[in-house]
Design a protein around this ligand. Structure first.
Ligand SMILES: [Zn+2]
Length: 182
């Protein structure tokens, strides 16, 4: 699932980027009148741009009646994962899936549940509107969910992910786990 971001460029090329970032969680976009700032307008004309990559809309402000043009475009914005060594790569669903599946090996965790965990994480990341997320954050998100589903899978995932330095930190984690149950 790629994040849908509406990119709106008005003919003065200003309002756009701020608005988009703020409202790009889904397809909800607020278009302000360039003249008075009012957020409601009606579309008076709509057509594809010549190269077909955007829609050009002529709009009329419902408050001041002035007209302005928007170029609306939906593009997918990949989530960038920042790893511990600060290298970056785009979010890879199948990689995350492999990690979780390894942890769930021979555990009664249905594939559907694994899918749901990943989708939920992906949606949360998209909705956070941040372009970059640390691999650490993603790891925590997985652990938080696995913990409620299967303790063995959780501990396995945590041990790979956290690379427990020694038996003490591992035991600490187990302790936290049993405390969480009470
Ligand atoms: Zn206006």
């Amino acid at each position: 699932m790629a994040r849908l971001r509406a990119l709106i460029l008005c003919f003065k090329e200003r309002c756009c980027s701020n608005q988009c970032r703020r409202h790009s969680g889904g397809m909800e976009i607020v278009m302000r009148c360039m003249y008075c700032g009012y957020t409601d307008s009606k579309v008076v004309d709509s057509r594809s741009t010549d190269d077909g990559t955007a829609i050009r809309r002529r709009r009329e402000c419902l408050k001041c009646g002035k007209r302005f043009t928007t170029y609306e475009k939906v593009e997918s914005v990949p989530i960038i994962v920042v790893k511990k060594d600060k290298s970056r790569q785009s979010f890879d669903r199948s990689k995350l899936e492999r990690g979780i599946l390894n942890a769930c090996a021979s555990r009664p965790v249905p594939m559907q549940t694994v899918d749901a965990i990943i989708s939920e994480i992906e949606t949360t990341l998209h909705n956070s509107l941040q372009r970059e997320v640390s691999s650490e954050t993603i790891g925590e998100m997985v652990m938080e969910r696995l913990r409620k589903i299967d303790e063995v899978a959780y501990v396995r995932f945590a041990s790979v992910y956290k690379k427990f330095k020694d038996i003490e930190t591992f035991q600490e984690e187990l302790k936290k786990l049993s405390e969480g149950k009470n």
